[in-house]
Design a protein around this ligand. Structure first.
Ligand code: DQA
Length: 146
């Protein structure tokens, strides 16, 4: 079984970027923990970060037949990208949406997501651990369907 982890714009700056909101872990720290968690479960994991909307859309399109599950933090594209939503609708690969911060406790423009109603589930406000909870949920389902 294969899981794809996608990180959207500006998440390459984690650790330095508004640490009071996003925490002090770097993206590398997060990816390393997810990789260990996946390895333990016998699941193959690929992590990709991009600041470019098209690169994330390409990755979602190419996930069809290649990945069984996607964990994505779409970052600001959450609130803007109908195109990313359409890509998920096209491929029908199940996904969980993750946000480090509690987007509902922040600016009004962060409270709408173009992806949430297509997602299997949404985790927000739990920091970097949110990715691990999402991956645990994905692993549980993939193992049950083996
Ligand atoms: C974020 C929340 C978004 O509103 C913001 O644009 C981000 C990060 C989060 O993980 O909390 O870049 O997705």
């Amino acid at each position: 079984k294969r899981v794809l982890v996608l990180h959207g714009p500006n998440l390459n700056m984690l650790g330095q970027r508004e640490p009071e909101i996003y925490g002090t872990d770097t993206l590398d720290d997060i990816n390393q923990r997810l990789t260990a968690q996946a390895k333990e479960a016998g699941v193959a994991l690929t992590c990709l970060q991009s600041n470019a909307e098209h690169a994330l859309i390409d990755a979602v399109q190419q996930s069809r037949g290649q990945y069984d599950f996607i964990v994505i933090n779409p970052a600001a594209l959450t609130h803007t990208s109908i195109a990313l939503r359409d890509a998920f609708q096209a491929v029908k690969v199940p996904f969980i949406e993750v946000h480090l911060s509690n987007v509902h406790a922040r600016e009004a423009f962060r409270q709408h997501s173009y992806l949430s109603d297509c997602a299997q589930g949404v985790i927000c406000g739990l920091g970097a651990a949110g990715y691990e909870f999402a991956l645990a949920a994905a692993i549980q389902q993939l193992q049950a369907s083996r």
